[in-house]
Design a protein around this ligand. Structure first.
Ligand code: RIB
Length: 291
């Protein structure tokens, strides 16, 4: 099975702070780093490092060739990445002393996806292939609709959540969400109510919900599986969800059962959060299997 990740590529600008800046306030950062990121790019890196055959589609600006080069070095096919007439997407990321982040996004080239580009990209895939999507690019409804019509398995990580409620969500096969996204999707805060609402609204979908330090949960209309977290020294949580997504769907695409995929993904995410940065901190499959 081929996996298409139609998603963002960002330049991440990291700033370490004592605490996040609030309205009207100027604060000092203790460190600054420019890095490779974007939910799309991070998930492609994780998919490839977990052994999947992954194709990344999307756009960078003239300043983004190093993002494409990085994907190539980890084995991602980049033939479907185009150059757009805007700067590459970028993210201003504050990291506090607990390793938590606060992210400001600029879409840039990520928001230059055209209908012609979607047709061109999807022509390389067939029924049974998988498309992995986040919500950092434009034309999301068209991509979901056309991929579903082709018979591809549609995976959606509705992050950032803004605007996701208007997507054709009934066509999604797998949702991968954190607790906040699950609550927004279900319009419920209590976990059991959230789960039953999601299964009622999307009865044929399967869900993976990450619970931060409390583990993760898989559920569909027939089964449920809880995965415990792997404790680690938290340095920077940026990219942990992307790592989980990549390792989980790589394992699934290789026919592995849900409990195996969940455990592998949880271990991989624990490595990512023990290191600084997003894409560069995503481990290889060998590292994860050796844990
Ligand atoms: O999920 C982490 C990512 O979110 C960062 O790499 C940043 O680019 C934002 O897209």
């Amino acid at each position: 099975m081929k996996i298409l990740n139609f998603g963002s590529l960002n330049i991440d600008l990291f700033y370490h702070v004592e605490r996040f800046a609030s309205a009207g306030e100027t604060i000092n950062s203790t460190t600054y780093q420019k890095n490779i990121g974007g939910k799309g790019l991070n998930q492609s890196v994780a998919l490839a490092r977990a052994g999947a055959q992954v194709y990344h589609a999307g756009n960078v600006g003239q300043d983004g060739q190093f993002l494409v080069d990085f994907l190539q070095t980890v084995g991602v096919n980049t033939d479907l990445i185009s150059t757009a007439p805007l700067p590459s997407g970028n993210a201003v990321i504050q990291i506090d002393t607990r390793g938590e982040n606060c992210i400001l996004l600029y879409g840039g080239a990520n928001h230059c996806v055209t209908e012609e580009q979607i047709d061109h990209v999807l022509a390389h895939f067939e029924a049974g292939d998988m498309v992995v999507l986040q919500n950092e690019i434009n034309q999301m409804s068209e991509i979901i609709t056309h991929a579903h019509q082709k018979g591809m398995t549609v995976v959606l990580n509705p992050s950032p959540f803004a605007g996701c409620a208007h997507l054709p969500l009934q066509l999604v096969d797998y949702f991968i969400v954190n607790q906040h996204e699950a609550a927004q999707l279900a319009e419920q805060n209590e976990q059991e109510a959230m789960i039953s609402t999601l299964l009622q609204r999307f009865p044929r979908a399967k869900f993976v919900m990450t619970l931060g330090g409390d583990g993760s949960l898989y559920f569909d209309s027939a089964t449920r599986h809880f995965q415990k977290p792997y404790p680690t020294n938290v340095v920077d949580t940026t990219g942990a969800g992307d790592t989980f997504t990549g390792f989980f769907f790589a394992a699934l695409s290789q026919g592995k059962p849900i409990p195996y995929a969940m455990e592998l993904a949880a271990k991989a995410a624990s490595v990512t959060i023990s290191q600084q940065g997003a894409a560069p901190s995503i481990p290889t499959l060998d590292t994860v299997l050796s844990l």
